[in-house]
Structure formats: structure tokens, C-alpha cells
Ligand binder design. Structure first.
Ligand code: UDP
Length: 254
């Protein structure tokens, strides 16, 4: 097999040219980063688990009519996705106070919010992903008002659906980050969900104990990071066959 063209390498994923025009292969790494790349590490098996978890969640969302870039999982660490034009906005949905919201407004972590809150961040490593308003987004042309309306409507549907799905397996969906892209089909443009949905970009707490089962275990040096990702996959019923030893996945990239 010839080496594929690498399109983009991010902190947790690599994008390769796909087998057909308009497709990409998304490769999930074990690399983890936090605090704008100041903290770096490896969470063994994370790539394999996030590939599975994101496949599962994107597939369920697609079934309820949420358009996504996901096509199918190819192997332990790779999935085929549609090539989209990524909108440079991270959309964060929050149900319970945590992380930067708790810090910014002095609200104790774990306080339920009176209603779900959506925030926008401009994707820029140099600027440390600053929080922005709708005004910035439309005035600077990052997204049109209609694009933004679509992104908000989809995010609220994703939040309702995933909150229920996680509650069913004893997890509280505290907050999460979504990214969207523009998909062009016969001169028509649709906004679709892109990137991934996994414990890397969701806060998930055990309903009974409030134990954190997400990337905060890495951010805050809480230990048992690998186990937390495995536990989420296990509760979703998608731990790779063969158990945790199967989770390391292929080491070499062809
Ligand atoms: N998040 C993310 N990528 C980022 C920033 C945040 O996936 O670059 C996710 C994070 O995992 C959490 C939610 O968005 O689920 C809200 O994060 P917050 O603003 O509290 O920032 P943090 O404290 O995680 O840096």
C-alpha cells in the first residue's frame, strides 16, 4: 500500500486523503493535550476508544436526522469521513457549571445551570481560542447568520439526545464541544456535524458518585485516565472485542 497524503495533523488526530474525492480518513492518536498545548501526554488506547465512541455517537445522531461528516469506521484507529469546509468556531454546550465557566463567573463546579448555555470560541491556537459573540462571528464572516442558526439548532438537538443517551448509562453530560463544517452537494450547502464526540471533548460524570470519566482526569492529574475512557466505552457497550489489551491498536501507520 502506498503512503497516503497527509492533509492535516492536529493535537489528537491526523487527516489523510480519502479513497475517493470528497472523502478523508480521520486517524485517532493517543496524544493528549490541555491548557492550549502547555500540557502534553499520551493516554494509551485513547485513539482506539475515541474512534469507537465517536463512531457510535455520530451513528446514533445520524439515525435521528442530525447530519454528520461520519461515513464509516475503517479499522481500530481510522474512520472515513466526508470532506467538509470546517467553520472556525467551537460551539460549547453546557448543562452543569464546570471548567472555564466556573472559573470565569465564580460558579462552583457541579452547579446545575438554569438552562443549557451555548458559548462560541474562535478556533485559533495563536490567540488561545478566544470566546466570541454572534456579532463577532457574523461581522468577521466566520459564519453567516443562517449557518449560525443551523449550528445552534443542531447543537441543542445533540444536547437533548446525548443527555438522554448518557443518562441511560448512568452518566451526566456536563458540557461538550462541537465543530461543524460546510458540505457542498450539487451547488447546495449543508451544515453538518464534524470532528469527533468523545471523552476528549465532553465532560461526563457518574450520576451517583460525580466521578469524572473524561479528559479532566488528564487535565487535573486525577489518575486512572485510560480506565475512564474504557469505562465510557464499556457502558456504551462498545469496548473493542478482546478487552483492554486489544485497545492499543496498530502501532504503525501505513
Ligand atoms: N473543550 C474542547 N476543546 C477545547 C476547549 C474545550 O473539547 O479546546 C470542551 C471541554 O472538554 C469541555 C467543554 O468543551 O467538555 C467546555 O470546556 P471549558 O470551556 O470549560 O474549557 P476547559 O476548562 O476544558 O479548558
Amino acid at each position: 500500500m502506498t503512503r497516503r497524503r497527509r492533509i492535516y495533523e492536529g493535537k489528537a488526530k491526523v487527516l489523510f486523503e480519502g479513497p475517493e474525492p470528497g472523502t478523508l480518513v480521520q486517524y485517532f492518536k493517543d496524544d493528549a493535550s490541555a491548557f492550549n498545548n502547555q500540557k502534553k501526554g499520551v493516554i494509551t488506547g485513547k485513539g482506539v476508544l475515541n474512534n469507537r465512541i465517536s463512531e457510535y455517537l455520530m451513528s446514533r445522531l445520524s439515525e435521528i436526522g442530525v447530519p454528520t461528516h461520519f461515513v464509516r469506521r475503517l479499522n481500530m484507529r481510522e474512520q472515513l469521513v466526508r470532506e467538509v469546509e470546517i467553520i472556525p468556531i467551537e460551539l460549547v454546550v453546557r448543562n452543569v457549571a464546570a471548567g472555564s465557566l466556573s472559573q470565569r463567573f465564580g460558579i462552583p463546579e457541579g452547579t446545575p445551570l438554569p438552562r443549557s448555555i451555548i458559548e462560541y470560541y474562535y478556533k485559533s491556537d495563536e490567540l488561545h481560542d478566544p470566546m466570541v459573540s454572534e456579532e463577532h462571528i457574523t461581522a468577521f464572516g466566520w459564519a453567516a447568520p443562517q449557518d449560525l442558526d443551523d449550528m445552534v439548532a443542531l447543537s441543542l438537538r445533540v444536547n437533548d439526545y446525548l443527555s438522554g443517551l448518557f443518562l441511560g448509562i448512568g452518566l451526566k453530560l456536563v458540557d461538550f464541544k462541537l465543530e461543524f463544517g460546510r458540505l457542498w452537494e450539487n451547488e447546495e450547502m449543508r451544515i453538518v456535524l464534524a470532528d469527533e464526540i468523545s471523552p476528549d471533548n465532553c465532560r461526563l460524570w457518574d450520576v451517583k458518585t460525580n466521578e469524572k470519566l473524561d479528559k479532566d482526569r488528564f487535565r487535573q492529574d486525577l489518575g486512572r485516565v485510560e480506565e475512564a475512557y474504557q469505562e465510557v466505552a464499556r457502558r456504551l457497550g462498545i469496548l473493542p472485542e478482546g478487552g483492554p489489551s486489544d485497545v492499543k491498536g496498530p502501532k504503525t501507520l501505513q
